[in-house]
Ligand binder design. Sequence first.
Ligand SMILES: Cc1ncc(COP(=O)(O)O)c(C=O)c1O
Length: 374
Amino acid sequence: MTDPAPLPMAEARIALSHLEGNVRRIRQWTEGKTRIMAVVKANAYGHGANRVAASLETAGISDFGVANIQEAMALRTGGGVRQQSAILAFSSPLVSQIESYLRYDIAMTLCSFEILHAAEAIAASNGKRLSVHVKTDTGMGRLGLPPAETMELLRAVRNSGNIELKGIYTHFAEGSRPDGFTALQLDRFRELVTQYESESGRTVCKHAASSGAMLCRKDSWFDMVRPGIMLYGYLPDPVMHSPVPVVPVMQLEAKVVFIKTVGTGDTVSYNRTWVAPDPRRVATIAAGYADGYPRSLSNRGSVVIGGKSFPQIGNVTMDQIMVDLGTNSDVKIGDKAILFGWEGPSADDIARITGSISYEVLCSVSNRVVRVFI
Ligand SMILES: Cc1ncc(COP(=O)(O)O)c(C=O)c1O
């Protein structure tokens, strides 16, 4: 007889119906005019890449973006995506990784002549063609050659028998702001791709927009958009007005494991930063900063139990937090507390308090938190 698995103390509930609804609304917004590459890097922003990708495929997505070759291989081998679906790894590769791109049929981001020459040799010795998307730096200042040098790189790719150009792309530094720098980056990108297409007589898949630009500049859509955060139910900048309503996909929940009454002057947690002003009940909840509940929320967060909000008190510890139940709540051991999600504070609420962004809150939910797909 096998022992039944104990119930998890903390779980991240992943609502796949919310994810699919978000895709539907993004598709309505883009009017079916452009392909959608779903960005599922960083374990699909903490949500679980394989299950998320499978669900996105059901919703009609067949292009995926990940951070690097390791994530791409995990997606190919983990059953997340079908063989026909395309995967692009955004990072510039190390030479030692190039062979894996060929073996797992992953498109490589190309932004240097060194990598091009190494890739040509490796592809030739494998008797295969390597798919690449050339990335140009129009102002993000992270990866890519400036447009004029990118044009030289594109010419070299055109002359290569073993490298297949699948796309040209760039990334915006402040895509949620439609004017100013975004407009400048867009001009630079448009000029490059126009020059390439007229000189080569070929058309190529051009892509630039992540969630922000996708929302605020239709002329940034080109042939494909690359939304990440909006798939998961948040806006790139919570203050921006969004014409596309999206719903959070992740809810972080943990169990109430202990309840006590404290007296006036009693203190709670490390460094005694919370002092009871009068007698009240305090619940201990089984999730802490090792699960992804930021320590910087200490004495500043709130959780929802049974539909009511309670303040988090004392320093957040590695595995547990405490909340002030007041004097007459009916919370009991075993109840679930919602730390953030669609029924509690949002990841944006947490980010606002801690000086972060929803992206980081979502990605910080650690591996020991069980993902439950609903
Ligand atoms: C190259 C690239 N494209 C698209 C995205 C998706 O961005 P967002 O989550 O803001 O939609 C990212 C995320 O950082 C990225 O690095």
